[in-house]
Design a protein. Sequence first.
Length: 137
Amino acid sequence: MQISRPSAIGAGMLFTGAGIAHFAKPDFFEAIVPDWFPDAALANRASGAAELAFGIGMLHPRTRKLSALGLFALTIGVFPANVDMAVNHVEPQLVEGRFSRSVDTATGPANWIRLPLQLPLLWWLWKEYRAASAQTR
């Protein structure tokens, strides 16, 4: 019997929660999809579904290796959206109970701070992938 790593469970819970958020508040996530992407709703549903599936997959040792690799790739895949948010000063703005895309030159540092924080997240997922690989040998 393989033992679940607490850090793998934590990653699974983090991404599962994020995936749920994509469906619970889709307008927030659609508001931060870059303008150049053709379908914000599709981007939200696809990334939310991937976070849910791979996040849940992190919770079981048999699916952890594939899930960690999937989340690693997903994190790289959404990085251009994070860059877009920082460069274009994008903030989701709540208007009449719904979030919409707002481009504001007075954006705070959060969009820029998010960029280097992707590195420890990638490192964490890669570590989980390597640990799961070692368990399946």
